[in-house]
Design a protein around this ligand. Structure first.
Ligand SMILES: NC(=O)c1ccc[n+]([C@@H]2O[C@H](COP(=O)([O-])OP(=O)(O)OC[C@H]3O[C@@H](n4cnc5c(N)ncnc54)[C@H](OP(=O)(O)O)[C@@H]3O)[C@@H](O)[C@H]2O)c1
Length: 356
């Protein structure tokens, strides 16, 4: 495809409705960006949030992708045409509508792309980037834990619970927290206990058991850090009981912090936070009619540092992808898959589509 040709992608046409269009202009080649040809796409709950309300009309949606670099912008130093990569795009971006990943040609920012290791397939790495960026922001910026390092003693401090440990965000959070020296506990349903343990959870608790909060207490280790990957009212109530009586840090992956948490744990020493991964792009963005966000240079600087750290962790197998369910069907499949996860989200796996 040449820069004079139209491309095909999934565009929000009206709130609640996205469709495949084949008249989308070829993307601009901005200085900090590459142009790439995707080979696989992974679905995220946020893709549907964009379609439903957050993107306005016009943007291409999609965040997680893997593929091959075709062109590089003037400031790009880490990639060249032909490189096999995986990354995250700012899908559903009302300010830069051309930025989504679900298209046959895409544009992606250098500091949101990593080199694909030969040991992993395009399908596997497509599942990684949203999780990696989200978790890094939570653990290393918001919670201020140390970046993974071989010098940090394993299973030491603090004791961190990943609530929803079998989610795509959760399995990355378990691995990263472990590499940062935490003692890591996780909650999940029983069928996913093997998954969270395989990613490094020292103990797991079934949140379908009525006494699971007491089971956690019975271990006798105060939980001072919680990453809540569900971030709903029910999880917030339970996490308010799990967080150590002396206080600690509760983080809801879902924005905003669910109301019950601060009502039940109003003390200053019970810190409650949330954050939006999109700030890592370091550019202004908005959810039309809802909220606008200025560029965040602190998050951008961190993202530039993290992309090198995270890439190494994936290259060396210290961070493994979430299990993937691979499907054919390209962009048509993606659109059907997004419809499917509106009613029934995946459990313990990420849905990935091969581009055709
Ligand atoms: N702030 C940000 O920038 C940001 C970034 C990424 C994601 N997010 C948000 O984070 C959330 C998680 O995303 P994700 O992709 O990691 O999720 P996911 O992989 O789709 O999560 C699926 C897991 O959630 C658990 N689950 C589903 N329904 C449940 C229920 N009713 N009760 C208890 N557990 C349930 C299941 O665990 P079991 O089968 O083991 O029960 C399942 O394995 C989403 O809301 C997403 O929008 C926010």
């Amino acid at each position: 495809m040449t820069s004079t040709q139209a491309r095909t992608g999934i565009q929000v046409i009206a709130p609640g409705h996205a469709e495949i269009r084949s008249d989308i202009p070829y993307p601009r080649l901005r200085p900090d960006y590459v142009i790439a040809e995707p080979k696989a796409f992974a679905l995220n709950p946020t893709d549907n949030h964009h379609i439903n309300s957050l993107a306005g009309t016009g943007p291409i949606i999609g965040c997680d992708w893997s593929g091959i670099v075709r062109e590089v912008g003037d400031n790009v130093t880490r990639f060249k045409p032909g490189d096999a990569v995986f990354g995250v795009c700012h899908g559903g971006n009302a300010v830069e509508p051309e930025d989504g990943a679900f298209a046959d040609i895409i544009t992606a920012k250098e500091h949101a792309i990593m080199h694909k290791p030969e040991s992993l397939s395009y399908e596997e790495v497509a599942s990684l980037s949203v999780g990696l960026a989200t978790v890094a922001q939570v653990l290393y910026v918001v919670m201020n834990l140390p970046l993974p390092s071989p010098n940090i003693p394993a299973n030491s401090d603090p004791t961190l619970l990943v609530y929803g440990g079998s989610s795509a965000t959760g399995t990355i959070a378990i691995q990263a927290a472990k590499l940062s020296g935490c003692r890591v506990f996780a909650t999940c349903s029983a069928p996913n206990s093997g998954l969270v343990q395989s990613r490094g959870a020292e103990r797991w608790f079934d949140y379908n058991q009525p006494d699971f909060v007491q089971q956690i207490e019975a271990v006798g280790l105060p939980i001072t850090h919680i990453v809540d990957c569900l971030g709903n009212e029910e999880s917030a109530v339970l996490c308010s009981k799990i967080l150590a009586p002396a206080g600690g840090h509760y983080h809801s992956i879902k924005v905003p912090v669910p109301e019950p948490f601060k009502r039940l744990r109003p003390e200053e020493k019970a810190v409650a936070t949330t954050a939006l991964g999109y700030t890592m792009f370091g550019e202004r963005f908005e959810f039309p009619g809802v909220a606008a966000f200025p560029a965040d240079p602190v998050m951008e600087e961190f993202a530039k540092k993290w992309v090198l750290v995270g890439e190494k962790l994936v290259q060396t197998g210290q961070i493994q992808p979430h299990p993937v369910e691979i499907r054919g069907g390209g962009l048509v499949g993606v659109l059907e898959g997004l419809q499917e996860i509106r009613t029934q989200g995946p459990r313990g796996k990420k849905i990935v589509y091969l581009q055709e």
